[in-house]
Design a protein around this ligand. Structure first.
Ligand SMILES: Nc1nc2c(ncn2[C@@H]2O[C@H](COP(=O)(O)OP(=O)(O)O)[C@@H](O)[C@H]2O)c(=O)[nH]1
Ligand SMILES: [Mg+2]
Length: 232
C-alpha cells in the first residue's frame, strides 16, 4: 500500500509535480499497462513488489501465470493508473505472455547482474516483445540485483551498450532487495508515458503529423492510452 509516508522516500522526477495516491484511489484520467518480463529468477516479482509497495518479500514459489499490482499517482493535474503486470518467465507460459504484450505501453526487460545467461536472454525477450507488442511500446532495460556487487558478471557498460544498440528508452540498475532505484524505475516509466500522452495531445492540437524538431521520440503517438474516464 502506498502511503504518503513511504511515497516521500521516492526520488521524484523534477520536471513534473508528482503525488502518490493510494492503490484503491477511486478515479483516474489515464491508464497504462506496464509489464515486467525476463527470465525466471531475475527478480520480477520482488521488484514489482518493492517498486509498488516499498518492501522486499522473498518469493519461494515461482509466479504462476500473471499477477498485477496497481500503482496510482497524480502527475500535474492528471491521475494515472498504472497496471503493473508481473509475468512468469517459464517457457510454458510464453504463448500466454504474447497476449499481454499486445496492450502494454511499456515493458521492463529484466536480467540479473550476476547472471550472464539472463542478460543474453534479454535480446530474446526484446524480440518477442517487438514481434507482438504495439510498435511504439516503450522499453526499459533493467539490471536487477545490484546489491550483489561481488557476484557481478554484467558490467554497467554492457547494459548501457545494449540499450544504445537496441535504441531502448532507458537502462537502469535496481535492487529489489535494498530498494535502490526500484520506485524510481516506475516513476521514470510513468513520466515517459505521460510525456508521450502530452506530446500526442499537442500534435493533435497542432493538426497532427507535423515535423517535430525535437526528434523521433516526440512524434510517437500515445500507446494504448485509455480515454479520460472517471469511475465510481
Ligand atoms: N540479492 C537479491 N536477491 C533478489 C533480488 N531480487 C530478487 N531476488 C531474489 O531472487 C529470487 C527470485 O526472485 P523473484 O522475484 O521470485 O524472481 P522472478 O522469477 O523473476 O519473479 C528470490 O530468491 C529473491 O529473493 C535483488 O535485487 N537482490
Ligand atoms: Mg515471479
Amino acid at each position: 500500500m502506498i502511503t504518503p509516508e513511504n511515497a516521500k522516500t521516492s526520488s521524484i522526477p523534477e520536471d513534473f509535480k508528482i503525488e502518490m495516491l493510494p492503490d484503491d484511489y477511486p478515479q483516474y484520467d489515464l491508464s497504462f499497462k506496464i509489464i515486467f518480463i525476463g527470465d525466471s529468477g531475475v527478480g520480477k516479482s520482488c521488484l514489482t513488489t518493492q517498486a509498488v509497495r516499498n518492501n522486499f518479500e522473498e518469493f519461494y514459489t515461482a509466479t504462476v501465470g500473471f499477477e498485477f499490482l496497481t500503482f496510482n499517482m497524480r502527475i500535474n493535474n492528471n491521475v494515472l493508473k498504472l497496471q503493473i503486470w508481473d509475468t512468469c518467465g517459464q517457457e510454458v507460459y510464453k504463448s500466454l505472455i504474447s497476449n499481454f504484450y499486445r496492450n502494454s505501453s511499456l515493458a521492463l526487460i529484466l536480467y540479473a547482474i550476476n547472471s550472464r545467461e539472463s542478460f543474453q536472454h534479454a535480446e530474446t525477450w526484446l524480440n518477442d516483445l517487438k514481434s507482438q507488442a504495439n510498435p511504439n511500446v516503450r522499453v526499459f532495460l533493467v539490471g536487477n540485483k545490484s546489491d550483489l556487487e561481488n557476484e557481478r558478471v554484467i558490467t554497467k557498460e554492457e547494459g548501457e551498450k545494449f540499450k544504445e544498440e537496441k535504441k531502448l528508452d532507458k537502462f537502469i540498475e535496481t535492487s529489489a532487495k535494498t530498494g535502490e532505484n526500484a520506485r524510481s524505475a516506475l516513476l521514470e516509466a510513468a513520466k515517459l508515458l505521460y510525456k508521450d500522452y502530452l506530446n500526442a495531445k499537442k500534435n493533435l492540437a497542432d493538426g497532427g503529423g507535423q515535423d517535430n524538431q525535437q526528434g523521433d521520440k516526440l512524434e510517437r503517438k500515445p500507446q494504448n492510452v485509455k480515454p479520460i474516464k472517471k469511475c465510481c
